[in-house]
Design a protein around this ligand. Structure first.
Ligand code: SF4
Length: 113
């Protein structure tokens, strides 16, 4: 198993203490597909956006329904999402000088602690 940085653990603790708020990138940069083909907004919400047995994943991903749900839940902050938070924290920490400012803006809290 890869090492988990101290920064990741520190930020995780801050999130649990209610001190930081992150944007949600579910169905923006990552997604979930259940074994039955259902594509939820995320594993934590009971919101199904489509099923890959009925249509293409790209159509589900780009649908108006998905766009509206993504927008609605962008500021959810309802979970500490291990699969995306770790990647976001590690990547942004490593490459923050090369990432566009508009993207970094939504992660300002990562670097203000
Ligand atoms: S922040 Fe909210 S919408 Fe996003 S993955 Fe967590 S529970 Fe789901």
């Amino acid at each position: 198993m890869a090492n988990i940085s101290e920064e990741y653990i520190r930020k995780c603790n801050s999130w649990f203490d209610g001190k930081i708020h992150f944007p949600c990138n579910s169905l923006r940069i990552w997604g979930t597909i259940y074994p039955n083909g259902d594509v939820p907004l995320c594993p934590n919400k009971d919101i199904i956006l489509g099923n890959i047995n009925a249509c293409k994943l790209s159509d589900i991903w780009k649908s108006e329904k998905s766009k509206n749900i993504r927008k609605k839940y962008y500021s959810c902050n309802g979970c500490w999402n291990p699969c995306s938070r770790r990647m976001e924290i590690e990547l942004v920490s490593i490459a923050k000088n090369k990432i566009p400012k508009y993207f970094l803006k939504s992660y300002q809290q990562l670097f203000e602690l």
